[in-house]
Design a protein around this ligand. Sequence first.
Ligand code: PEP
Length: 249
Amino acid sequence: MRKKIVAGNWKMNKSLPEALELVGAIKTLSYSNEVQLIVVPPFLYAKTLVDELSGTQVSVGVQNCAKQEKGAFTGEVSASMIQSVGVDYVIIGHSERRAYFSENNQDLALKVDLALANHLTPIYCCGEIIEERNSGNYFEVVKSQISEGIFHLSATQIQKCIIAYEPVWAIGTGVTATPEQAQEMHQFIRNLLKEKYGEADASSISILYGGSCNPQNAKELFALPDVDGGLIGGASLVAEDFIAIANSF
Ligand code: PEP
């Protein structure tokens, strides 16, 4: 059975005291132990939160990693550094990284390799912008993101990845993909995985939905056959909402 996962991408939000308050509140709330909960704070707080959450079932991720292994890359944080502070997950290819930091599928493939080489689980993001959806080009866009970003991996490696489908037009907009739109794309992604790696591997990989997912719509989305959880932005900044989403399976 595929893992159920809810990951909260905090983006560039929260001071350290606010971050501690949020995880403090998350720790007091209960959710099913079948769900893997992941908080994804800014780099600066990752180690503190790893310590804060030790002994709980909540894991810590980060929002990016460098595409280089190490060296003279001012301002960058490498996958091995991330791993060395006890972080387990790394978001790779979020649409904001693609759009504002010009990250392309080739850069992202390098990051995925470095993440895996350092025992981090990549949460690889894909998703089309509104123009691509309106022009009917969205399957092609997602197919390129997936095939260029992760299809160089072996079957053993791909099984260690999580995929997040995040239609860009749904991120932070309050416009959620309909259940039909979400299932159609998740099934499409799973079929791509099947063609490349076979049925067994494809059916073991978790595919998360992201884009204005909240406690009101999570149940309907998580009930879809190919949706295995969510990558949550805004709603992950409020402990009660985040846990309500985790309780929506
Ligand atoms: C995200 O940025 O990954 C995201 C899903 O944001 P939101 O939930 O706020 O739409």
